[in-house]
Design a protein around this ligand. Structure first.
Ligand code: ATP
Ligand code: ZN
Length: 293
């Protein structure tokens, strides 16, 4: 029977969430001694644990069928190897969010990317940075660094940097100022662009169906509340992304009913306050673990 391989980051920002997501799809793995290859036990999907930068190349080379990696890394490798193609983004994921930003020393006079024309820019994403700057008509010379990009201006090897930022703390600690966001990235599930044989495609479809169930469940909530009979309609309209609710009789109370509904969008405190104002009471919000339409 055929199997498919998924490459995820071995240790880093994406590792835990990538693994948790696959486990949420019901995959369980027998961990090998060297810890680089994990055999899928109940479902024929195996894991490869590698450096994130290797994942796009492994997909392009057909070493694995699927990979979870930052869009930034995927774009970088595609630009460098294939002029921008070669991988299919199957699903964006809700983790690993960050931005690729241009930053300059605090005392620099630059106010936008345009001011970096002719400057040296240090980055670990040379192809992506060059591509994005070219789109803006900025001609810069790229200084490729594998890490610690933020110290380049201080060392005098570049006038600016293009680096991944999530909070900006690292920039501030190095007396850098964020000039402009040039790219936004999240982790995503990718496949190689070449078609899979039917049996593997069938397996992939099953996995994607489970994955969609997990992704939808993550934003969905099961809501239970008591509603005055005459406010049921108004209350239902206040529930974000809810379809037909279930109404249940409340023992010993003719004026109110219990209303249960699945909300497919994020439920904020403001929603709960509005429900209460519309007459709802005993409001309970519960997480949804799995969903299959
Ligand atoms: P590896 O050893 O696997 O090469 P790494 O050091 O290159 O790891 P991490 O720092 O773990 O990689 O980042 C992996 C990915 O996480 C990045 O490519 C990016 O998509 C995402 N990410 C999210 N927030 C940040 C951030 N603040 N800085 C860097 N990457 C971030
Ligand atoms: Zn890396």
């Amino acid at each position: 029977m055929s199997r498919i391989r998924v490459a995820i980051q071995k240790s880093g920002r994406l590792s835990d969430k990538s693994l948790a997501l696959l486990q949420g799809c019901g995959l369980q793995f027998a961990r090998s001694k060297d810890k680089l290859f994990w055999y899928g036990q109940d479902f024929p999907v195996d894991l490869l644990l590698v450096r994130d930068d290797d994942i796009p190349r492994m997909l392009l080379d057909g070493v694995c069928e699927l990979g979870i990696v930052g869009q930034n890394v995927a774009r970088e490798v595609m630009l460098e190897r294939n002029g921008g193609d070669g991988l299919d983004e199957l699903r964006p994921l809700r983790f690993g969010g960050c931005r690729l930003s241009l930053a300059v020393p605090e005392d620099s006079g630059a106010t936008s990317a345009k001011d970096l024309d002719g400057a040296r820019i240090a980055t670990s994403y040379p192809a992506l940075t060059r591509h994005l700057l070219e789109q803006q008509g900025v001609n810069a010379s790229i200084v490729e660094l594998a890490g610690s990009v933020e110290i380049a201006p201080g060392l005098g090897t570049a006038e600016a940097i293009a680096d991944l930022v999530s909070t900006g703390t690292t920039l501030r600690a190095n007396h850098l100022r964020e000039l402009e966001v040039i790219y936004r990235s999240t982790a995503a599930l990718f496949s190689g662009a070449s078609p899979l044989p039917d049996d593997k495609q069938a397996l992939l479809d099953r996995l994607l169906m489970r994955l969609d169930g997990v992704l939808h469940a993550a934003e969905s909530k099961y809501v239970m509340l008591h509603a005055p009979r005459d406010a049921v309609e108004a209350i239902t309209e206040l529930l974000p992304g809810a379809e037909q609710p279930t109404l249940l009789r409340l023992e010993g109370n003719r004026d109110k009913v219990a209303l249960h509904a699945v909300c497919r969008e994020t439920l904020f405190w403001e929603h709960l306050e509005a429900l209460k104002a519309a007459g709802a009471s005993a409001i309970l919000v519960m997480p949804v673990e799995k969903m299959l339409a």
